[in-house]
Design a protein around this ligand. Sequence first.
Ligand SMILES: *Cc1c(COP(=O)(O)O)cnc(C)c1O
Length: 395
Amino acid sequence: MCISGMKRIYLDNAATTQAAPEVIEAIQTCFRDIYGNPSSLHSFGLEARGIIESARRKMAAFINASPDELIFTGSGTESDNTVIKGIALSLQDKGDHIITTAIEHHAVLEPIHFLEKQEFKITYLPNDETGLVDPEELKKAITGKTILVSVMHANNEVGTIEPIRELGAVCREAGVYFHTDAVQTFGHIPIDVREMNIDLLSASAHKLYGPKGVGLLYARKGVKITPLLQGGDQEKRRRASTENTPGIVGFAKAVEVAVSEMEKEAVRQARLRDKLIAALLEAVPESKLNGHKELRLPNNVNISFAYVEGEAMLLNLDMEGIAVSTGSACTSTSLEPSHVLTACGVPVELSHGSLRLSLGRTTTEEEIDQVISVLPPIVENLRAMSPLYRKQGVK
Ligand SMILES: *Cc1c(COP(=O)(O)O)cnc(C)c1O
């Protein structure tokens, strides 16, 4: 796919990120040298135990949690599943009602659908056309049977950042557990679990320049959650199986880098994001920004281009060495429009013409300029071939 010698441009950082050099270095050293089982009582085990607990302390401080409130998991998906199924199991005597949104990641929606089939009652909060959820609507939806509320911190497709502190406050007042999927925000924008009234939070290392296959679950002290994996006593019996020591070390290193880079990167990427949005909307008639203008992830651009197929744009860009994602990234094997865009009221035809471009730490101004010069002619060419476009009689 890559024409040799061509410099490729990666704008799919919401799907995954390239591991930071510091992360790779830390993982390599750990993989080679720290191979004891952290549960073993000899020096090899103690060494591994020590390094994991030091990673845990570092990551807890990052979100203002205490170390024993953090559980290492195998992915963001596992953290989400553990919360949804684990709380349903531990609190089923208290109630059978769960509240979420229609724009969650599939890692939340699928276990929710599973519970729906087991006779749990689910409320999907409405959102406005930018994807924002209203805390007043949440207040109205909570009943005496509600056991869990799950609303993502920021949406992975359109980048909208939800009013988590306000939603959390509503839950706290009602005495209902509040979970947020923070996979897109952890390490990108500030998170303080106390200040934001969060009881449960999911994160994943590979979305912040860490390794794939390691996740994090924050569960506030006192929150009872039935484990998904049972076996050994690891993670205080909240998640059995031998710890992924190199993965955890790599995750902690990714957090360490995020601590020093996050603020400056958020400003830098947001500027490039806004430049890209403005230039594309200006250059391409009948194009529209999806998501919120201001309450938006610093690295997210999502635009619908009328009369063209997202897949066609994606493949044309790929031939130019530019990697992006369609509005229906997670359903790219099916012809279903993105559930997020649908919930934001985007018509099916427009939804199919949507692209997500997600910037990252290595994205340069030159790369953004390159996209600005390459993408508009691609859309123009595809439109010229589209009978739909000609029938509209637009230019
Ligand atoms: C990527 C992603 C996940 C899944 O995380 P994995 O570690 O890939 O399983 C869950 N939620 C959101 C919002 C994501 O972007």
